[in-house]
Write a protein that binds this ligand. Structure first.
Ligand code: NAD
Ligand code: UDP
Length: 342
């Protein structure tokens, strides 16, 4: 298949481009590099030994989409492009709704004009808000608690409405749990700007000596050791989930929703211990107050993806931390490590 990958230079996008190319598909990337570096795509080309056509621009730019869809015959789209920081979304909700919701709508309109019916959309477990139970099933009530989560749910709802109105539309909604880790080559990985918001990249920067210690946000949750529990999933498993989803469901009209997680929960302190073990470096931490808006535990029931997509996460926590450390220790300043002028 020939697939347009929006946001293909980002963390999950690069790993998915590798998985798609290695499965024999072709990709074209559209990215505005607002949260990524062109070097990331050069690394994908290095891993796959293939050139990738890249368009630099905004997914909400209808004229650019016209140009891209005219130049290429796509079988489908995988839509990663969007902003993803919860705290920033509280400060800049209008930006989040434009960049995540309005831009997605513009993309759906371009797809409709060009008769491209299949799209895989990056949603998030955050649409479940504070779940009433774990593990979380796809039919649990939704109730995101911040503008980022609401932007994801709005796009899901647009896709559901569109699928009801247009019998040819094929929308695949993937709700990711917590993607971590990096490609086994150590050439691509997560490269956050500034201070990382997420646990794994923060721990990685403590282990490599860029930050003094981790603040553990709360040790009084009703969990196994009092710290927050999440469903961490290796980014390469997640990438392979996209390949399975588009291969299995391509052209099947309607909206299809899947959790992509491992189905098991890991606490903050378990993650700290695993990382210290893999890196053979100390990971100093201090208990801090709870972070506003955090839930105690969140992990998936991922059996629907197993049954209908034939997909299941294969990599365990040791693989996640070992691959994260391989990337982090080889690229302490992310993609900037390889471009000395920055
Ligand atoms: P990322 O920021 O690394 O990648 C997103 C990419 O999209 C970046 O390369 C960025 O430059 C690009 N982009 C952003 N807005 C754009 C626009 N308007 N036009 C063109 N390009 C644009 O993020 P990621 O972690 O790879 O996440 C990919 C998707 O998955 C996002 O939609 C995110 O919301 C979703 N998601 C991520 C996580 C996570 O923890 N990483 C969890 C659930 C869902
Ligand atoms: N966390 C933490 N310190 C940090 C970042 C995160 O203790 O510096 C905790 C957070 O409270 C949560 C878990 O790690 O329990 C995962 O947080 P992350 O932001 O990575 O994912 P999310 O909360 O969005 O699922």
């Amino acid at each position: 298949m020939n697939i347009l990958v929006t946001g293909g230079a980002g963390y999950i996008g690069t790993h998915t481009c590798v998985a798609l190319l290695q499965a024999g598909h072709q990709v074209v990337v559209l990215d505005n590099f607002s949260n990524s570096h062109p070097e990331a795509l050069a690394r994908v080309e290095q891993i796959c030994q293939q050139r990738i056509p890249v368009y630099q621009g905004d997914v909400g730019d209808a004229d650019l989409l016209e140009q891209i869809f005219t130049a290429h015959a796509f079988d489908g789209v995988i839509h990663f492009a969007g902003a993803k920081a919860v705290g920033e979304s509280v400060e800049k909700p209008l930006y989040y709704y434009r960049n995540n919701v309005t831009a997605s709508q513009t993309l759906f309109e371009a797809m409709q004009r060009f008769g491209v019916n299949t799209i895989v959309f990056s949603s998030s477990a955050t649409v479940y808000g504070d779940p009433h139970a774990v593990p979380i099933l796809e039919d649990f009530p939704t109730g995101p608690t911040n503008p980022y989560g609401r932007s994801k749910l709005m796009v899901e709802e647009i896709m559901q409405d569109h699928a009801r109105a247009d019998q040819t539309f094929n929308g695949i909604i993937l709700r990711y749990f917590n993607p971590v880790g990096a490609h086994e080559s150590g050439l691509i990985g997560e490269d956050p700007n500034g201070i990382p918001n997420n646990l794994m990249p923060f721990i990685a920067q403590v282990a490599v000596g860029k930050r003094a210690q981790l603040a553990v946000f709360g040790d009084d949750y009703p969990t196994k050791d009092g710290t927050g529990v999440r469903d961490y999933i290796h980014v390469c498993d997640l990438a392979e989930g996209h390949v399975k989803a588009i291969e299995r469901l391509h052209g099947q009209a309607g909206c299809h929703v899947f959790n992509l997680g491992t189905g098991s929960g890991v606490s903050v302190l378990e993650m700290v211990a695993a990382y210290a073990d893999a890196s053979q470096r100390p990971v100093p931490y201090a208990i801090a107050p709870r972070r506003a808006g955090d839930v105690a535990q969140c992990y998936a029931d991922a059996s629907k993806a197993q049954q209908l997509l034939g997909w299941q996460a294969k990599r365990d926590l040791r693989d996640m931390v070992a691959d994260s450390w391989h990337w982090q220790s080889g690229n302490p300043d992310g993609y900037r490590s390889s471009s000395d002028s920055e």
